[in-house]
Design a protein around this ligand. Structure first.
Ligand code: SF4
Length: 300
């Protein structure tokens, strides 16, 4: 009788978290905020910029911000107009003002040093669950579950066998914490490694399972790669949205050395109703202000 080759069971061998850390050593992108010596302030700035903006657009702006405002107190002392101008085309410019507010709080409450405790980080303006843990982990070398959209997608597939992550849950943090290696330094590497896996391999849409380091133990693959059976993901459009109009209006004001009248904003967008609505929302958000004589400018 011929004996069958013994095949390892799917979950034998090093834990998935260890495998992902080893994969990261050879696959990681060389991003400036990941290099040795980058302090927690630089990490915080990068994390806020990266929340809704791709790496390639963030990198030059991040370098400019750190050169210009190397400490939180330096950013806190800048005018809102300077900060909005320096934010450039990163989008969602309220982040710029919130980052300036966070910088002021760090300078005032923490002696110009970015705190390392998650509750203190979460108490800063505009800093939520994700950013607080990312700064504690990447900026201060703490073991922390850091869960963004990419990580949730990897965990949904690898651990739960689902094609998509669905809505965020409090248990997401526990799911990721369980995967992290025991060794603290490797746990810190793991937090960035699983994000990278989600950004490069276990991507939205069709994952690149053929190059995935954990394909032999992925619950979704082992289940036969079942299709997503929940609601379809919404694809955010940009053209024609209020976001686009707000960006165009801000472009005009960024380029204007002096306050401008409403007529100067007309070329930014043809639809007067939408233009007016967007200008009102920029005023409400504190991204634009109106002078006593009715002109518009970035906030002084
Ligand atoms: S095998 Fe495919 S689905 Fe599973 S974790 Fe890797 S890339 Fe994602």
């Amino acid at each position: 009788m011929t004996s069958l080759p013994i095949r390892p069971a799917p979950h034998t061998g090093p834990a998935a978290g260890e495998v992902i850390v080893d994969w990261f050593a050879g696959a990681a992108r060389d991003l400036p905020w990941r290099r040795p010596g980058v302090d927690a302030w630089a990490v915080l700035v990068s994390e806020v910029m990266l929340q809704q903006t791709p790496v390639a657009r963030v990198e030059p702006v991040w370098r400019e911000w750190l050169a210009r405002w190397p400490r939180p107190s330096a950013l806190a002392a800048a005018s809102p107009a300077d900060v909005i101008r320096a934010w450039g085309k990163l989008g969602y410019p309220r982040r710029a003002l919130r980052l300036r507010e966070a910088a002021a709080a760090i300078a005032e409450r923490h002696g110009d040093v970015v705190p390392s405790a998650v509750p203190e980080l979460e108490a800063l303006p505009g800093i939520g669950t994700y950013t607080a843990r990312a700064v504690a982990c990447f900026g201060h070398g703490q073991r922390q579950p850091v869960v963004d959209t990419n990580v949730r997608r990897v965990v949904a597939r690898l651990v739960h066998g689902r094609a998509e992550a669905g809505t965020a849950r409090a248990a997401d943090l526990d799911d990721v914490a369980v995967l992290a290696p025991v060794d603290e330094q490797r746990a810190v590497r793991f937090s960035v490694a699983i994000m990278e896996l989600g950004a490069l391999v276990c991507v939205a849409g069709t994952p690149r399972c053929g190059t995935c380091p954990v394909r032999d133990r992925c619950a979704w693959r082992l289940a036969g790669s079942p299709a997503h059976d929940g609601p379809a993901r919404r694809v955010q459009k940009f053209a024609g949205t209020d976001r686009q109009v707000r960006g165009r209006l801000l472009d005009v004001l960024r380029a204007a050395p002096e306050p401008v009248d409403a007529a100067a904003l007309e070329p930014a967008w043809d639809d007067a109703v939408q233009r007016s609505r967007c200008l009102d929302s920029l005023l409400a958000d504190g991204l634009v202000e109106q002078t006593e004589d009715g002109l518009f400018r970035l906030p002084a």
